[in-house]
Design a protein around this ligand. Structure first.
Ligand SMILES: [Zn+2]
Length: 176
């Protein structure tokens, strides 16, 4: 199974073309509410039969085409509920698919998750320790960027949560 990270409008448009042909799509949304009054969409994971993708809404731009692809394609969106965000479908959909969370994350290695955060990419590989978790390790380039105000703390917090979920899903002992 391949995986990709989508960080530009062009990549998103191409991905939507692929998605429109998929028979089954699973999606999982990650929200943060830190520093905002209402939850803000921070990351979208999409799983099809043979592909996993992480969409960064901060960089990929308008997601309207993406929601429309989900709503109008030939596929069956695997979901537990579909909520309309505004008065019309133009305002977007929120699809909540809790059952797919583990399935989606289990295949994305923790290192690849960090790659999904565009602003962290230039920092990866610059920490003192090669296996740095970007948490409290000394000489961590990611934490230094947070301290310097160049990276938002909630984005790093989200990364830690996703990595933790990924590890839990991969480790059968902890899965219980
Ligand atoms: Zn680090």
């Amino acid at each position: 199974m391949s995986h990709q990270t989508i960080t530009t409008p062009a990549q998103l448009a191409e991905f939507c073309r692929q998605l429109s042909k998929a028979e089954l799509i699973g999606i999982d949304t990650e929200f943060v509410s830190e520093d905002t009054y209402r939850p803000e969409l921070c990351l979208v994971q999409v799983a099809t039969h043979d592909e996993l993708a992480v969409i960064d809404p901060y960089r990929a731009g308008d997601l309207k085409g993406f929601w429309q692809t989900l709503a109008t394609g030939r596929h069956t969106t695997s979901q537990s509920s579909l909520h309309l965000l505004g008065k019309s479908s133009d305002d977007g959909w929120i699809v909540d698919s809790p059952g797919l969370k583990v399935f989606g994350l289990a295949h994305i290695p923790p290192d690849a998750l960090a790659e999904a955060f565009v602003e962290l990419r230039p920092l990866l590989g610059h920490c003192r320790f090669r296996d740095c978790r970007h948490d409290r390790e000394p000489g961590c380039a990611v934490q230094q960027a947070v301290m310097a105000g160049r990276v938002a703390p909630f984005r790093v917090a989200l990364l830690h949560r996703l990595v933790e979920e990924s590890r839990a899903a991969r480790d059968p002992v902890r899965r219980g």
